[in-house]
Ligand binder design. Structure first.
Ligand code: CA
Length: 235
């Protein structure tokens, strides 16, 4: 495979060097810029395979950069991993809702960062929710979801789910590893059998975990942000 290029947007020199060293060692080509406006122009001309985007930047903050990139046809498909400070959950939520793919919290371990980079690069582009009936089967961990027949098996045993629980589980499990905010989940599963709100998502998740038994532990709560279904190679 051709070398993949990662655009690092970061104003702290030592973090840039840490990223550059670890990414280069793993075969990625690294370009770095230190300000928001430079990030926007460089992303457009370079067309990197991935952007690592610090949120606290001079000139223009990372969220604004993310918003501009996701609205521009040339850059909207470039995956973005936000690099955030601890306690920036509100910004993480905002970034994910703008279309950022994932985030890591500083200080990060190079190993965790590389795992996230690899996971995001192998993901298919973020797509609209598929209609049950046309959607493919999902098999992840010990879970099997058949959207055509509206059936779920956990460790081979059938699980009886409500329509909302089914949609919710399908949404999360068909994109293992992705973090979704409550708003994104509400938006995706909206209008199955009764109105879903961000509060009721939490209740639905509790019910879903209980019904799924051990498999239910694959649905992780991401504190202050939302939920994710564990990636297939995480267990
Ligand atoms: Ca910074």
């Amino acid at each position: 495979m051709a070398e993949q290029t990662i655009l690092v947007v970061e104003d702290e020199e030592d973090v840039v060097e840490l990223l550059r060293y670890n990414l280069a060692r793993n075969g990625y080509r690294v370009e770095a810029v230190t300000t928001g406006p430079d990030a926007v122009s460089r992303a457009g001309t370079l067309g990197p395979d991935l952007i690592l985007l610090d949120l606290m930047l001079p000139g223009m903050d990372g969220l604004e950069v993310c918003q501009i990139l996701k609205k521009d046809g040339r850059t909207e498909r470039i995956p973005i991993i936000m690099v955030t400070a601890k306690g920036d959950e509100a910004d993480v939520v905002a970034g994910l809702e703008m279309g950022a793919d994932d985030y890591v919290t500083k200080p990060f371990s190079p190993r965790v960062l590389l795992a996230r980079v690899k996971a995001v690069l192998r993901r298919p582009a973020r797509t609209k929710v598929l209609e049950p009936g046309t959607a493919p089967m999902v098999r992840v961990h010990d879970l099997e979801i058949d959207p055509g027949r509206h059936r779920v098996f956990a460790k081979g045993k059938i699980v009886d789910l409500t329509s909302t629980e089914f949609s919710l589980l399908y949404y999360l499990a068909s994109r293992p590893g992705w973090v979704f905010t409550r708003y994104q989940i509400v938006d995706a599963v909206h209008g199955s059998d009764y109105p879903v709100t961000d509060r009721s998502i939490d209740v639905q998740i509790v019910g879903l975990r209980r019904k799924l038994g051990k498999v239910g532990t694959c649905i992780e709560t991401v504190r202050g942000v939302g939920y994710r279904f564990q990636d297939a190679d995480e267990k």
